[in-house]
Design a binder for this molecule. Structure first.
Ligand code: DGL
Length: 270
């Protein structure tokens, strides 16, 4: 898009704090890019809402990020990527490039020949949409894809039950499901799950590939910016902006952990 400029920010949104895993991967790979993050904490979780509702929320956030003159909008929420990608793209047409978290991960899996049978875990919305299976199959129809809803994992993580006995038994309960038997790889199809990635790897005794899409997504974002000559060439520390629709301690703690500094949280109800 010719009208976009290199020094415009990158907009990233999620239903809450989970997308910070993606934002932090973007910050690490592209430290000179300014990020404007929107966490829709007032409407969290998206995972058990209807497609229509998630679409509406996503479009309101898109308007906000377009007002903020973002050159690219990254939907850092799997549920919103499944429900609203086409609608967000349509709204941003000619004004910003739109990227979702599902395409880069599914492309990666489709091209990885060592992965014959792949498991996908995510929220009810993401799994019911069937988007991961459809996309992987569209790239590589010979892959076996099995998916499982794991709705307890988000509240578990938000309540701080990580790397302890409670979370170990919930993870075990889900991952021992017959559907996931003999998988070679597991896609973490929810932005919260990278937080417990090592716990999941440990469940498999580090023998199954666990795919954390945040890193793959950040690489894809860099590629797209570069192809469009939109990588920021200014060499100064960007001041990222964080907006949330409702204050939560979890968000602040996680944002400061991932961005390694005090952050200025602004409340914005959309
Ligand atoms: N961010 C959501 C996702 O990646 C998980 C949290 C929610 O249900 O809103 O699907």
């Amino acid at each position: 898009m010719e009208n976009l400029k290199q020094n415009q920010p990158i907009g990233i949104f999620d239903s809450g704090a989970g997308g910070l895993t993606v934002a932090s991967a973007v910050k690490n790979l592209l430290p000179e890019e300014k990020i404007i993050y929107f966490g829709d904490t007032a409407h969290l979780p998206y995972g058990d809402k209807s497609t229509e509702t998630v679409k509406n929320y996503s479009l309101r956030i898109t308007d906000f990020l377009l007002e903020k003159k973002c050159k690219i909008i990254l939907i850092a929420c799997n549920t919103a990527s499944a429900a609203a990608y086409e609608a967000v793209k349509e709204k941003a047409k000619g004004r910003a490039i739109v990227l979702n978290v599902i395409d880069p991960a599914t492309k990666y899996v489709a091209n990885e020949t060592s992965l014959k049978k792949v498991g996908v875990i995510g929220t009810k919305g993401t799994i019911q949409s069937g988007t991961y299976t459809k996309k992987i199959k569209s790239f590589q129809k010979n892959k076996e894809v099995v998916s499982l809803q794991t709705p307890l994992l988000v509240p578990m993580i938000e309540e701080g039950f990580i790397y302890d006995n409670i979370s170990n038994s919930i993870i075990k309960q889900y991952l021992s499901n017959e559907k996931l038997k003999d998988i070679d790889g597991l896609i973490l199809a929810c932005t919260h799950y990278p937080i417990i990635k090592n716990q999941i790897r440990k469940y498999y005794n580090f023998k199954t590939t666990v795919i954390d899409s945040s890193v793959v997504v950040a690489q894809e974002l860099k590629k797209i910016l570069s192809e469009n000559n939109l990588l920021n060439s200014e060499n100064k520390m960007p001041e990222h902006e964080f907006f949330i629709s409702d204050y939560t301690d979890f968000f602040k703690t996680l944002a400061e952990m991932f961005f390694d500094s005090e952050i200025n949280l602004q409340k914005k109800h959309l």
